[in-house]
Design a protein around this ligand. Structure first.
Ligand code: KIV
Ligand code: ZN
Length: 508
């Protein structure tokens, strides 16, 4: 069998990806992402569009001078000032574009086809005169008259273009049509062909793959599918599909770094990845239903198309109302418990009851259930205890709280101010417990259990540690501040308990 063809990955996270509404990266953020893309081993990094701002130009220059292995590319319209701005950045290549569809030519550019053709050719010649690699895009190619599109691509190749790119700018192609178009262009153009598919109708990955099947040797992608409107073809989907669904294609991407790259991009852009997103979504390798969990435990590929380790992830089995005894038992054993069959049935019953009330059963909940059923009550594990609490509040004073805590048998005191007495008390607790576990209060809910001014207040908190463990805890007291403080301390104790359990499970 012939050796697999290497498909080049042109990553445009830092250019088209940054055009995601609401995203603006600083030059240092962009440099950090570029370095990660380089570790990921993409072939080309489109670092930005230098003519848009001074900061953008600085970022592209910073990346171009960072001695990365990848080719660093800058985007430019066919205008001289754009091309000069890109040339100024010391990049390896310039990606220049002009729209070729009649709708763009008439309404946006207000030019004639002849003028568009002339500008495209002149831009390519200009970049070649400066000795750089040039990639040419006919913007809105997929809505362009085919004869004109052929004419434009042939003319730019004649002028020296090293690669041509076919953008499906508004994401209107189907795989069949994309394959056909790439085939038509490949008949007349003898330089490498690239595809750039937008995801407006959710077809970007399928259309990109169809382009490759028809002869394209390069694909434009973005991490997490970021990009204008519904985004671009996601790097993780295109790359993993090329590796796992085809024998005849490969990329140079280091698949193991895909998840870590996705997390970094999400963190720096502030764009959360949807939980059910392919490959990188939180649920992509999570199994809840009993049938699935059972299958995955016996043979992971029963319900996983690829091994999660391939992309730097792990299989996760969660507890919920669809859970079965095998999945829950696996988790319970992992957490260091050793229940009898009877205890296991009771744990499963309680998990399903939780689920029937619409609740997601977290690892912490599972630890709580298992601890009680197996006779190891986590509430006995109190590393932190409240000894004293005093608050000062009123209309003309800054709310202040003082707390005395016993931590591992030793007393500690702290005072803090806040926007209110609860805020002040929670800050004082955090000050004392930060060394132990640095918690963030993720959610705070106050519920009155009974009516009247002496109502019992029930406070429910969700706290999170820096590794992302989340636990819920509650406390009830007729004093709201006291209830809040106790709930917070319960949350801290639970987190410490969960961490300890996890450590034991890892050791065992
Ligand atoms: O979608 C598009 O047409 C583009 C071009 C600049 C290639 O991003
Ligand atoms: Zn685009």
């Amino acid at each position: 069998m012939a050796r697999p063809r290497i498909i080049k990955i042109f990553d445009t996270t830092l250019r088209d990806g940054e055009q995601t509404p609401g995203v603006a990266l600083t030059p240092n953020d962009k440099l950090q992402i570029a370095r990660q893309l380089d570790r990921l081993n993409v072939d080309i990094i489109e670092a930005g569009f230098p003519s848009v701002s001074a900061g953008e130009k600085e970022a592209v220059r910073l990346i171009a001078r960072d001695k990365l292995n990848a080719e660093v590319c800058a985007l430019a319209r066919t205008r001289r000032e754009d091309l000069d701005a890109a040339l100024d950045c010391d990049v390896d290549s310039i990606h220049t574009f002009i729209a070729t569809s009649d709708i763009h030519i008439k309404h946006k550019l207000r030019l004639t086809r002849e003028e568009v053709l002339k500008r495209a050719v002149e831009a390519v010649e200009y970049v070649k005169e400066h000795g750089l690699t040039v990639e040419f895009s006919a913007e809105d190619a997929t809505r362009t008259d085919l004869d004109f599109l052929r004419q434009v691509y042939c003319a730019v190749v004649e002028a020296g273009a090293d690669r041509i790119n076919i953008p499906d700018t508004v994401g209107i192609m189907t795989p069949k049509r994309m394959g056909w178009l790439v085939g038509e262009i490949a008949k007349v153009v003898k330089v490498p062909i690239s595809v750039h598919c937008h995801n407006d109708l959710g077809m970007a990955t399928a259309n990109s793959l169809a382009g490759v099947e028809a002869g394209a040797s390069q694909v434009h992608v973005t991490v997490n599918g970021l990009g204008e409107r519904a985004g671009n073809a996601p790097l993780e989907e295109v790359v993993v599909a090329l590796h796992s669904l085809y024998k005849e294609f490969k990329t140079r991407v280091n698949l193991k770094l895909i998840y870590e790259t996705s997390r970094l991009v999400s963190q720096l852009t502030g764009v959360q990845v949807q939980p059910n997103k392919a490959i990188v979504g939180e649920n992509a390798f999570v199994h809840e239903s009993g049938v699935h969990a059972h299958g995955v435990i016996r043979m992971p590929l029963t319900y996983e198309p690829i091994s999660p380790e391939l992309v730097g992830r792990k299989t996760v089995i969660v507890a919920g109302k669809h859970a079965g005894i095998h999945g829950i038992k696996e988790k319970i054993l992992e957490l260091g418990f050793n229940p009898t069959d009877e205890q296991m049935k009771e744990i499963l019953r309680q998990v399903k009851e939780f689920g029937d009330h619409g609740k997601q059963v977290t690892t912490t909940d599972l630890i709580s259930i298992a601890s009680i059923v197996c006779g190891q009550v986590p509430s006995e594990e109190k590393t932190v205890e409240l000894k004293e609490l005093a608050v000062v509040t009123g209309s003309n004073v800054i709310p202040t709280a003082s707390v005395k805590l016993t931590i591992d048998g030793k007393d500690y005191v702290s005072s803090e101010t806040g926007v209110g007495p609860v805020d002040a008390a929670i800050k004082a607790i955090r000050k004392l417990t930060d060394n132990l576990v640095n918690v963030r209060l993720k959610e705070y809910r106050l519920e009155a259990l009974t009516g009247g001014s002496d109502a019992m207040a029930e406070v429910v908190v969700k706290v999170e540690d820096p590794e992302g463990r989340i636990v819920s805890a509650r406390a009830a007291n007729s004093d709201i501040v006291r209830a809040s403080v106790e709930a917070m301390i319960n949350g801290i104790n639970r987190l410490l308990f969960v961490k300890k359990r996890e450590k034991q499970a890892n050791r065992g």
